[in-house]
Design a protein around this ligand. Structure first.
Ligand SMILES: [Zn+2]
Length: 283
């Protein structure tokens, strides 16, 4: 059961009305489900986010693992900051002996964007962390988490990938796969990780993608590529991905010609996620 228990902060009695009016914003409220505790500016917001996180935890685990996760021993705390902007998020993990020992999440943006984009994205990181019991390679962790976002965000990521190919140039796959920290071109890095993840999932599905990542970490990328995608090595995988991109581009151009319209390019905004040294992994 994911019954939600709401809790508003208690107010001291000796405060003036003016201060009282501001306090809900300062002190906030919280809600709790089986696997999440949410702190937000109001109980209603906290409850909505907690319910959505719980729902995503089930759906995303089913899609990627084929089964739901057992309840966590401790709920994952989520801090919500409502702003007028786009969604952003950050999830930090601690690992010990192949298990997640600690996890915390922060999300920000408009509530509608948090529910549609930031929560599914951040919850996907938690599913991957529990599956692997350690940090996932960054390109895959971010690229595949972007796939959990809504249509609006997916369209934005598609435009970023188009731009990546038109103007910036992509990383060589062997280089991308070896990256342990976020590079300076964060948007391009996210875009390329998203594109490759989408390609691998289209040809092999989500569970196989995770098996590929797990085997690549314990063995190497070439062996895992051959085993899971029947491609000789990472170079062959890169060729296959680039061909898929070209075919996709041609299909996109036909669709655009038919519609006789083209959406303006969005200016990509970096999520607030960032890498920091230490034993805690932030995603
Ligand atoms: Zn992320």
């Amino acid at each position: 059961m994911d019954a939600i228990q709401g809790r508003s902060a208690r107010l001291p009695l000796n405060l003036s009305l003016a201060v009282l009016a501001c306090l809900p914003l300062l002190m906030g409220a919280s809600a709790r489900t089986t696997n999440f505790t949410v702190d937000a500016s109001s109980t209603q917001v906290a409850e909505q986010v907690a319910r959505r996180a719980e729902e995503c935890r089930k759906q995303i685990a089913l899609a990627w693992l084929g089964h739901t996760l057992p309840d966590w021993p401790r709920p994952c705390p989520i801090r919500v900051k409502l702003t007028g902007g786009e969604a952003g998020g950050l999830t930090s993990f601690g690992f010990h002996r192949g298990k997640v020992t600690d996890q915390t999440m922060q999300v920000e943006g408009r509530l509608e964007r948090i529910l549609a984009s930031a929560i599914p994205h951040e919850v996907t990181h938690t599913i991957f962390a529990h599956y692997l019991g350690g940090p996932m390679p960054r390109w895959a962790d971010e690229g595949a988490s972007l796939l959990s976002e809504d249509e609006r965000e997916l369209a934005r990521h598609d435009r970023i990938v188009d731009e990546l190919f038109e103007r910036r140039g992509a990383f060589a796959l062997a280089q991308l796969f070896a990256m342990e920290e976020y590079p300076r071109d964060l948007i391009g890095f996210y875009g390329q990780g998203y594109s490759i993840s989408r390609f691998l999932i289209e040809i092999g599905g989500r569970p196989r993608f995770l098996e590929f990542i797990r085997d690549a970490q314990s063995e190497n990328w070439d062996t895992a590529t051959l085993r899971h995608y029947s491609l000789a090595n990472v170079r062959e995988l890169e060729r296959a991905w680039l061909s898929w991109r070209k075919v996709g581009d041609a299909a996109d151009h036909r669709a655009v010609a038919l519609a006789q319209t083209r959406q303006p390019r969005a200016t990509p905004s970096a999520r607030i996620e960032r890498a920091e040294p230490g034993a805690t992994f932030q995603r």
